[in-house]
Write a protein that binds this ligand. Structure first.
Ligand code: GDP
Ligand code: MN
Length: 422
């Protein structure tokens, strides 16, 4: 029984962790053009490129950077992968195009300000505010390269595949034996042997072996020096002039390193994130947006997950995960309430507080004060228990607010589902 519950919590927290990653809450994600610049600074070969945000800038960029190029690669910049195979809401196919230089302006005009939907963006897509113009290299061969953190070896692991370009999930399914993994001892750093193993896994056809080994070492050094949690290059390619080149760049960084990676963290582009999560992060709330109808305000991650489970059990869908924490201030509770009520999809709000360190009266005044500031359009179901519960209940009662009170979690979830889907 306990194990069953634990498994449930663990699997739920994993899916929540996945969601976090998806929304770049705990991991900074930067644009390809920024990643390419960072790689270049660390001695990694990248195509020459320049990012632009308007058609006027395109004209100037071509004149300044690519006066003699016949063709250019035009790449939509969004914080999600799968752009090549994505579709714009306008109907335009593909977020990455190779076109004649005289058509770049027209194409960039069709990408800028438009919404690109890919396998990774979700149906709402992401806005393209910049396009990255790159020299078109003649790629002889496309491969896959990544460095990430591995639990088993408790350190960085390099993943390489001699086939690349398409999504790694598809590669892993089609060519499982071609994917090689080289764990690196983080204390010793990358050895020549490690790097050579990776190059053998990439199996370049024309690229110089020693120079490729150097490239792998530079990539590893970048990963460590910049506190990356992920460095993925798909494709890493080889050119006719025997070079290994990073033709794409996906870099994520550990949020815990923000204090010592100020330059990198200044690159954060919040316009690409879920606005609800941006607001929540500013108020220091643990919030993850989901697509259901019942807004949840809970204290404690475990209780928050249990609340989501019980809502599900009674046939509802949570609109979010929200842990206001053990010592939330009234101001944070107000912020939390504002985020929940600003979400049009939310049809009922379930407040489930178990007052331990957090006190029920603080939550109660937070709710009352929030209700004064924001118009409450949806029913609010409250379950309070624990420290100062009587004071809390009195505050709610005396406020004159129309609240639905619940006796326990089960009762609260049932009432919330009933109120939301009536
Ligand atoms: P993603 O779909 O978001 O991963 O975007 P990519 O940056 O990987 O671009 C999609 C595809 O465009 C790549 O898989 C390559 O096949 C192709 N591509 C990207 N850059 C170049 C380039 O410089 N030259 C050529 N020939 N193809 C490129
Ligand atoms: Mn790619």
């Amino acid at each position: 029984m306990v194990r069953g519950l634990l498994n449930k919590l663990v699997s739920r927290s994993l899916s929540v962790a996945g969601k976090w990653q998806h929304h770049q809450l705990r991991r900074l994600n930067i644009h390809e053009y920024q990643g390419a610049e960072l790689m270049s600074k660390h001695g990694v070969n990248v195509p020459r490129g320049v990012a632009v945000s308007s058609v006027e800038e395109v004209r100037k960029a071509i004149k300044d950077y690519f006066p003699n190029e016949n063709e250019l690669v035009v790449k939509s910049q969004i914080l999600a992968g799968g752009r090549g195979l994505g579709t714009f809401k306008s109907g335009l196919q593909g977020g990455v195009h190779i076109v004649k230089t005289d058509q770049v302006e027209d194409l960039a005009g069709k990408m800028l300000g438009q919404i690109l939907v890919t396998k990774q963006t979700g149906p709402q897509g992401k806005i393209v505010s910049k396009v990255y113009l790159c020299e078109k290299l003649s790629l002889v061969n496309e491969m896959y390269f990544a460095i990430t953190l591995d639990r088993t070896s408790a350190g960085p692991i390099i993943i390489a595949c001699s086939k690349g370009g398409t999504s790694i999930e598809d590669l892993a399914e089609k060519f499982p034996d071609m994917i090689i993994k080289v764990p690196v001892d983080v204390f010793e750093g990358i050895t020549d042997e490690d790097a050579a193993k990776v190059v053998d896994g990439l199996a370049p056809k024309v690229a110089d072996r020693n120079k490729s080994i150097e490239q792998v070492k530079n990539l590893y050094k970048l990963f460590v020096d910049c506190d990356c949690t992920l460095l993925e290059i798909n494709p890493i390619a080889e050119t006719a002039d025997n070079q290994l080149v990073a033709a794409d760049a996906k870099l994520n960084f550990d949020d815990n390193a923000a204090y010592r990676q100020k330059e990198i963290f200044a690159l954060r582009d919040t316009t690409q994130e879920d606005p609800r999560e941006v607001t929540a992060a500013k108020a220091d709330l643990n919030y993850i947006g989901l697509d259901g109808e019942i807004g949840c305000m809970v204290n404690g991650a475990g209780l928050a997950m249990a609340t989501m489970d019980i809502i599900k059990l009674h046939g509802g869908t949570p609109a979010n995960f929200l842990d206001v924490g053990g010592n939330a201030s009234e101001g944070q509770v107000i912020e939390a309430f504002k985020i929940l009520t600003a979400d049009d999809k939310v049809k009922a709000i379930l407040v489930n507080i178990f007052g331990g360190i957090m006190k029920c009266d603080v939550i109660a005044s937070g709710i009352v004060n929030a209700a004064k500031e924001v118009a409450l359009k949806v029913p609010v179901i409250v379950r309070l228990e624990g420290t100062n519960v009587d004071q809390g209940k009195r505050i709610l009662k005396e406020s004159g607010m129309a609240l639905i009170t619940a006796e326990d979690l089960d009762d609260a979830a049932q009432k919330a589902v009933k109120a939301a889907y009536k």
